[in-house]
Design a binder for this molecule. Structure first.
Ligand SMILES: [Zn+2]
Length: 86
């Protein structure tokens, strides 16, 4: 998975970076990690229909690694956020 667009570069440093590059998987992953469907899915312990559909749109039928990437991205942003508020 490529994370090389300018918005991904900024987002690695700034947790609340809110710009996304069209067609960039890294940005799409980041956008999903902030969407409501993802958080609902995490809370409920199962994927919501909407979130799963979004995963399939971005990653295709083989979306499981994509979901793992979204979880990793959410965790990374949380860490960055904690570091920024200290
Ligand atoms: Zn990007």
């Amino acid at each position: 998975m490529s994370n090389d667009c300018p918005d991904c570069t900024q987002a690695r440093l700034i947790w609340h970076w809110g710009a996304y590059h069209d067609g960039c998987k890294g940005c799409q992953t980041r956008a999903l990690s902030k969407c409501l469907g993802f958080w609902q899915s995490q809370r409920n312990g199962r994927l919501s229909t909407e979130y799963r559909a979004a995963l399939q749109t971005i990653f295709g039928e083989d979306w499981t690694p994509g979901h793992e990437a979204v979880k990793a991205e959410a965790a990374r942003i949380e860490q960055l956020k904690k570091g920024a508020s200290q």
